[in-house]
Design a protein around this ligand. Structure first.
Ligand code: ADP
Ligand code: MG
Length: 576
């Protein structure tokens, strides 16, 4: 593709700013160029923390000899043809800034040959000064070598972290790209060592194994949901495996790794009530949307995007995640506390992105591309809990059952809580929370500030089945409560809600607040003390669990069920 110099008036529309902040940014830009050139094999060599050497070599389409000097000029790119392209960017690069920026702070050499040429050419740039290009014998493709990065910008060099930290950033960059381009072979060498060798594969799940390791990858389920011209697909962890930070959240928009508030929020909302506070899931989200619906020209490093229809994107992604988890929670094939189930090797649909402009430009939104062969039909997984054989009750709060695969332990409190929560949520959706009127209304006195808080939230409480009236200064009277609450003193649950209102302050979103209050109610609906359950009561509980969604987690994200397979039991007893 011909390189052109962008006219001034286009340049002024491109997000300005520095792209080369650290060695990892160089790797990111060079690998992006290789992917844009349709490479099938990309090798990265790094010495030290990347300041001595970064070399990226690809087998992509190459740069024609006559164009090579142009590639090093500011704002010259082969990726935009007309001004309108700026609003439907289909490639990873488009600013024409990476190579000149890198060349201005290093000693750069680029060698390239297109498949049509017999001889390639080599060009050296030192601190931004171009030398004469010379003919070079080389394979088709491009190799860019960056030495002495930041040699002329001591301030930036000083700003760098330890070599191991910088190398860590470089690995992250390679891993992120590799997760989205399973059909491309990635290699990363550091010093004499090969750190990554991700052989190309048509199956995205194989790439998950290569990048995330067998243990994490085995716990991931695939998902895919299309809405209009948008599609959210990928892989996510069922709830028991979670991490204390968001480092395993990978979100891609049209094959580009992004850090986007909307997408992250949507993903986490999909997990709502399924993870404990402060825990994060493993999610690889490939979000696809027509190029003109998303603006990637927001930030020079292109990690940020802006969606034209933000709310639709958010809700679509949240729903995709929720649906996948709902399906999975019905057939808890993964509820395994330890051990690594073997890699299933399931045939899966190939990733829509395989690198290269042509594939990207030709993107069609066909249903079959995203068929999800892993999805379980409800038929097969229905009735997991009802099918259990009850063996007994342990310590007054755990149910011990035998499942078709081994032993199932159920936390009866957590199960009751989830059932109460889901029942109320359904009633709420239908707009009809069942109430019970109190024969004797209960009077509750509150501290001044809290009474005011409660007054502001009367609407929410009303919504949830409480009828509350002001009785006197700082005193309220409770006339009805949600029917799910067991008979007794309701003042405690009221107090707790007021305390939570105080904690959330004014920031809470209404929907979220209502859901959080549901949790409190669900929590209070459960008789806390250990209690002996009769056989029929246990059976009824198990049947109810099959009727609700997300039965495997209580509303605070704690597990309801732990299953030990025969194989695991044998391993624990050192029989296997
Ligand atoms: P951009 O990627 O935004 O176009 P760059 O400065 O990264 O800008 O690259 C400038 C141009 O050089 C690209 O548009 C492309 O034509 C060419 N180029 C750079 N790297 C490669 C590569 N690895 N293979 C083929 N062409 C390349
Ligand atoms: Mg580029």
């Amino acid at each position: 593709m011909k390189i052109i110099v962008l006219p001034e008036n286009w340049v002024s529309r491109i997000a300005a700013g520095e792209v080369v902040e650290r060695p990892a940014s160089v790797v990111k830009e060079l690998v992006e160029n290789a992917l844009d050139a349709g490479a099938r094999e990309i090798s990265v060599w790094v010495e030290g923390s990347g300041t001595s050497l970064i070399r990226v070599s690809d087998d992509g389409e190459g740069i024609a000899s006559e164009d090579l000097p142009l590639a090093l000029d500011r704002h010259s790119t082969s990726k935009l043809r007309d001004e309108a392209d700026l609003f439907r960017i289909a490639t990873l690069g488009f600013r024409g800034e990476a190579l000149p920026s890198i060349a201005s702070v290093s000693k750069l050499e680029i060698v390239s040959r297109t498949r049509q040429e017999e001889v390639g050419s080599r060009l050296r740039v030192e601190g931004g000064k171009k030398k004469e290009p010379v003919a070079a014998g080389c394979p088709a493709g491009t190799t860019v070598e960056v030495r002495e990065l930041f040699f002329n910008t001591p301030a930036r060099r000083k700003f760098l972290k330890s070599p191991s930290t910088e190398l860590g950033h470089i690995c992250d960059v390679v891993n992120r790209m590799a997760l989205a381009y399973a059909k491309v072979h990635f290699r990363l060498h550091h010093g004499g060592r090969m750190l990554c060798d991700y052989v190309a594969t048509p199956m995205p799940r194989d790439r998950l194994h290569q990048v995330l390791g067998a243990e994490i990858a085995a716990g991931l389920i695939s998902f895919s949901l299309g809405k209009g011209k948008m599609r959210a697909s990928g892989f996510l962890s069922s709830t028991p495996s979670s991490f204390s930070n968001a480092r395993y959240l990978f979100t891609y928009v049209n094959g580009r790794f992004v850090r986007d508030r909307i997408l992250t929020h949507a993903v986490l909302q999909g997990y709502e009530t399924l993870l404990m506070k402060g825990r994060y899931p493993v999610v690889v989200l490939y979000f696809e949307i027509p190029f003109e619906e998303v603006d990637v020209n927001v930030h020079p490093a292109k990690y940020e995007v802006r969606f034209r229809r933000q709310a639709e994107v958010h809700d679509g992604v949240a729903e995709a995640v929720r649906e996948a988890l709902r399906k999975e929670a019905k057939g808890p094939s993964h509820i395994i506390p330890h051990g690594e189930p073997p890699f299933s090797g399931v045939q899966e649909s190939p990733l829509p992105y395989v690198g290269g402009i042509s594939q990207r430009r030709g993107l069609q939104w066909s249903e079959s591309d995203y068929a999800d062969p892993q999805a379980k039909s409800d038929e097969v997984t229905k009735g997991f809990f009802s099918s259990l054989d009850i063996l007994g009750q342990l310590l007054g709060c755990y149910l011990v059952c035998s499942s078709s695969r081994g032993m199932a332990l159920i936390d009866q409190h957590a199960a009751h809580e989830r059932i109460a929560y889901e029942k109320m949520r359904h009633q709420l959706e239908r707009g009809e929370i069942e109430r019970q009127n109190l024969l004797v209304p209960q009077i509750l006195e509150l501290p001044v500030g809290e009474a005011a808080l409660l007054e502001q939230r009367l609407g929410i409480l009303e919504h949830l089945g409480f009828t509350i009236e002001e009785f006197g200064p700082n005193t309220i009277v409770v006339k009805s409560v949600p029917a799910l609450l067991p008979a007794g003193d309701y003042r405690e649950v009221m107090r707790q809600m007021v305390a939570e209102f105080a904690e959330i302050g004014q920031s809470g979103v209404l929907r979220r607040e209502v859901e959080e209050r549901l949790m409190t109610i669900a929590c209070h609906s459960v008789i806390r003390a250990s209690r002996k359950l009769e056989q029929q009561e246990i059976r009824a509980l198990l049947n109810e669990l099959d009727e609700i969604d997300f039965a495997t987690q209580c509303p605070h994200g704690r597990p309801v069920l732990l299953e030990f397979t025969q194989e695991q039991l044998e391993r624990m007893f050192k029989r296997a």
